[in-house]
Design a protein around this ligand. Structure first.
Ligand code: A3P
Length: 323
């Protein structure tokens, strides 16, 4: 030990033996008196931590759910920010996570009766997010939305091509075999990979018991969110102040979707980037995605049954033979 300097020792420890420990992992000071004394916060701040998080995945209706729940007078979403809008992405983004716990708490409202929540769709397929949420908020409730994964992939594709100048046909993107460093390789990944639902959910279930995870049929939610919003309030969030969701959302003909509604603000529908109008995917893409997701969907059926979740209708209809 005498022959080795502290920095060499640190180098050995972090680089050779425990590279996973290079990044900090914040635990909850509210659960530990020693940490509480070291932290420059105080006990009253403990109530500010979110009670539930919508963890994604992207393009499944997470913004609509976030908006609709925000209509409830007791539920307070995290504050909007200029970079990631209504998402905090604290647990999935390296730089944001390093802002620390006090920064995270400052993103929430401090009203005494409020039940804080956040939604960051980037958490769903992030192993770091799973570990970090478990470490900081072990009893938080999690909401996952699942739409038919081929439909989700196509929505993600539409989202990306609306943002960039280059364009690639969806059939060609699916057929493509670009090198790992190319933009199109990553685009294809972003479209397909989050739809491996069973794989990701299984990982969440290693960190959280199933009673802490609520799974929403995103297709049913898109057609009519009211039953889901009611059930979520009663059976999952167990809110004292139940508000019939018919008083929170209404169908808006112009938008073609349900939108948040209040007597004061009338309709508050999502912007043009949510609920885009685009052509149906080609029969080639549909078949490709049916085949691609067949195995993943079969795994999802088994997993949901094992944990006593009800199956989303789209899952039953897209896998009628092997049920
Ligand atoms: P499209 O724009 O491809 O139709 P997310 O917010 O998770 O990124 O999901 C976006 C998707 O939410 C939209 O995809 C849309 O289909 C779906 N969605 C579900 N309910 C909606 C609603 N009430 N208003 C707008 N979009 C909704």
């Amino acid at each position: 030990v005498n022959d080795i300097s502290t920095s060499e020792l640190a180098h050995k420890y972090f680089d050779e033996y425990y590279p996973d420990e290079k990044l900090p992992l914040f635990t909850n000071p509210c659960d530990d008196d020693i940490l509480m004394n070291l932290w420059n916060g105080n006990r009253s701040m403990c109530e500010i931590f979110p009670k539930f998080i919508i963890i994604g995945p992207q393009k499944t209706g997470t913004t609509a759910l976030h908006n609709m729940l925000s209509q409830h007078p007791d539920l307070y979403p995290s504050k909007k920010n200029s970079l990631t809008y209504e998402e905090l992405q604290f647990f999935s983004n390296e730089t944001i996570y390093l802002n620390g716990i006090t920064w995270y708490l400052n993103q929430f409202h401090t009203n005494e009766q409020s039940i804080n929540f956040e939604k960051s769709a980037t958490y769903f397929d992030s192993i770091l997010a799973m570990k970090r949420i478990k470490a900081l908020l072990p009893s938080v409730r999690l909401i996952i939305m699942l739409t038919e994964p081929g439909h989700r992939a196509y929505s993600r594709y539409q989202h990306e091509i609306a943002r960039i100048n280059q364009t690639i046909n969806f059939d060609d993107l699916l057929k493509s075999n670009h090198d790992e460093n190319s933009y199109y390789f990553h685009l294809k990944q972003r479209c397909l990979q989050p739809g491996h639902y069973a794989e990701h959910i299984l990982k969440w279930l290693k960190y959280f018991p199933s009673k802490q995870i609520y799974i929403v049929d995103g297709e049913a939610f898109r057609h009519d969110p009211r039953t889901i919003l009611n059930d979520m309030q009663i059976s999952f969030l167990q809110l004292k102040n139940f508000i019939n969701s018919s008083n929170l959302v209404r169908y808006n003909k112009k938008k073609g979707f349900f939108c948040s509604f209040s007597a004061k603000h009338n309709f508050q529908c999502l912007g043009n980037s949510k609920g885009r109008l685009y052509e149906n995917m080609s029969s080639y893409s549909r078949e490709y995605l049916n085949n691609y997701y067949l195995f993943h969907n079969q795994k999802l059926i088994k997993l949901l049954r094992y944990y006593n979740y009800s199956l989303p209708l789209w899952l039953i209809f897209s896998n009628p033979i092997k049920l």
